[in-house]
Write a new protein. Sequence first.
Length: 157
Amino acid sequence: MRLDRNIKQKVHDPYDDRRKYPEGTYCPECGALYQGGRWKWPEKKEVTGQPCLCCACRRIRDRFSAGEVYLSGRYLHVHRSEILNLVGNIIRQEEVRSPLKRVIDFTEDAREVCVRLTDNHLARHIGEAVYRAYSGELEVKYSEEEKFVRLYWCRDA
């Protein structure tokens, strides 16, 4: 029996094509440009390549997040504006650097705040930044066979 027939892909991400696009390909939704083997924000507004949705725009369209951050606790209610300001600053910094790191949606209710993101590393970055700044408890849960992470931050006192 051949053992190589049972080889499985370790992490399955339907939005990661693992292919190279032609140089100059652009995303008609966000305007990102595929250059040098990666998606970048264009320096000029002029694009001449073929259109193709980037994986972040596909995730946003399908509402299929790669990371989620849940913030909760009494401390959140007292310091809500400054915590959300920190989260917003991190998101803005990362969006400027990479078109693939964006917010899908941002929901708030009386108990918690949930931020759904197109990139699992961005979710991890936000969760760890909130934890470093305000301590509390941070729980990180990775999905078994998907490229997905869910972070729970809570502080009651």
